[in-house]
Design a protein around this ligand. Structure first.
Ligand SMILES: NC(=O)c1ccc[n+]([C@@H]2O[C@H](COP(=O)([O-])OP(=O)(O)OC[C@H]3O[C@@H](n4cnc5c(N)ncnc54)[C@H](O)[C@@H]3O)[C@@H](O)[C@H]2O)c1
Length: 443
């Protein structure tokens, strides 16, 4: 089948390449010309395991192509997927301006005699699908089209992929959610996923939109919950790692998202929890759980600073290294990563900042270009450790597990991901602190 995709970020590009790999014909559009030029040359602008391999297959088979032309894109596919960003506004609500401008563009090129199914894959506030329907109908009427609803239908198909495992998640999803008012459109969209044989859940548009927010809110809640438990463990001298393992063995709880650490980041959880709080406010529904989830997370991301201040009388001139910058391993995405919060605080405190990441340096520096001159980039984790008095493990990249720990001798170490063995580190480091670990006395 022919699919158009608008937005070639993490979601749009992965979906486009995977749909093409499943045998569909895909035309992907982005407003960013540079991105489209590089994709045409076969260069993927994001890091995502497996994506390169699939991309080279579908390019060879000519099943994917790229454009910046909305007319071409609207006319191409029976399905037009919207996968543009929905970033947070200052008040936490979702900014729908990219969605709106994509829909405006589409409305200029819809034609009588053709039915297009517009599918929202972007995470959008509940009610957006219905708004798109009425907005499009108005725009088409103003173009003099008498029966605008014959030209399009709107379906919600929220995306649940995890960065770092996006291809795997697309190819074997836990479930595919399809929200539609029209059963026929729902089954047309469902048929695109036939080859991955998913568990399908078909519902109305608003319910589908709500499922996406509720899923992310629940995952964020699990993380903030375990982080709150870790604070109690610290005060009560209990071990959070053992507590979470035991919790996860209960099949009603499950072990996923129960790892104490520096909190959640990325482009989705913080943004979607904030958006849901804002949706609640708009509808006079209080959301105390969600507010607490964000509060715990904000505090958790700053925890290493509090620790360093308890060790050093002042952080001015202290050489501090951030090991890992992406918000989690296997991605180059640094959006809302604790590394950004920590780097800014440390620069403000007058520390000498060193950073290392296997792939996210470029995105990190782009986000902090104001401070770029104050950031020293280490080529290897070993170089970072050697140059620093204190090291904060921000991202648990698997490579970091192989670091020669003798280099940490007499260093101050904050292990924000409980990656190292506290018994050993307690013997080696000047001061070692993990998250929610049992306090061990130094022999
Ligand atoms: N990243 C994830 O892990 C993930 C997972 C599930 C859902 N989502 C949701 O999917 C949506 C996209 O997220 P993302 O991470 O892929 O975003 P992204 O920022 O990586 O990519 C968005 C792309 O859309 C393009 N764009 C913006 N406005 C456009 C327009 N009017 N016309 C054409 N292109 C336009 C941008 O240039 C960019 O390339 C968001 O709503 C997000 O919440 C993201």
């Amino acid at each position: 089948m022919k699919i158009s995709i608008i937005g070639t970020g993490y979601v749009g590009l992965v979906s486009g390449i995977c749909f093409a790999y499943l045998g569909h014909e895909v035309l992907a559009l982005d407003k960013d010309e540079k991105k489209i030029q590089s994709l045409r040359k076969g260069k993927i602008p994001i890091y995502e395991p497996e994506l390169d391999r699939l991309f080279s297959v579908v390019r060879k088979n000519k099943r994917i192509s790229f454009t910046t032309d909305y007319k071409e894109c609207t006319r191409f596919g029976e399905f037009i997927f919207i996968a543009v960003g929905t970033p947070p506004r200052a008040d936490g609500s979702a900014d729908l301006s990219f969605v709106r401008s994509a829909i405006e563009e589409i409305s200029n090129h819809l034609r009588e005699g053709e039915l297009k199914i517009i599918v929202t894959k972007s995470t959008v506030p509940v009610g957006t699908g219905r708004w798109i329907k009425s907005f499009l109908a108005e725009r088409l009427k103003s173009r003099g089209i008498p029966n605008p609803c014959d030209l399009f239908d709107v379906v919600s198909n929220p995306e649940f992929l995890r960065e770092g495992k996006a291809v795997q998640d697309f190819m074997s999803p836990d479930r595919v959610i399809i929200g539609a008012d029209n059963r026929n459109s729902a089954w047309r969209v469902a048929s695109l996923y036939e080859k991955v044989n998913p568990t399908l859940l078909v519902c109305d548009i608003s319910t589908a939109e709500m499922i996406k927010y509720a899923s992310n809110a629940f995952l964020a809640t699990k993380i903030s919950f375990i982080n709150e438990m870790s604070k109690l463990c610290e005060s009560l001298n209990a071990d959070i790692e053992t507590v979470s393992r035991a919790l996860g063995l209960d099949h009603r709880i499950s072990p996923a998202f129960l790892k104490a650490g520096l909190g959640f980041g990325g482009s989705c959880l913080p943004k979607d929890v904030s958006a849901l709080i804002s949706i609640g406010k708009q509808h006079n529904v209080t959301t105390p759980i969600l507010q607490a989830v964000m509060e715990v997370n904000n505090e958790q991301q700053r925890k290493p600073i509090k620790f360093l201040k308890s060790v050093f009388p002042s952080l001015k001139g202290v050489r501090v290294g951030l090991l890992g910058l992406s918000f989690k391993p296997e991605t180059d995405d640094v959006r809302n990563s604790p590394s950004l919060v920590l780097a800014q605080e440390l620069v403000k405190e007058g520390s000498i900042l060193w950073v290392h990441d296997p792939i996210a340096i470029h995105n990190f520096l782009n986000n902090l270009h104001k401070f770029e001159k104050k950031i020293n980039v280490a080529k290897t984790p070993e170089q970072l450790i050697t140059n620093c008095d204190a090291v904060i493990i921000v991202t648990d990249w698997p490579d970091y597990k192989d670091i020669d720990i003798s280099l940490l001798q007499d260093k101050v170490v904050f292990d924000g991901r409980n990656m190292l063995n506290p018994e050993i580190m307690n013997q080696i480091c000047k001061v070692y602190e993990g998250i929610g670990r049992t306090r061990l006395s130094r022999e």
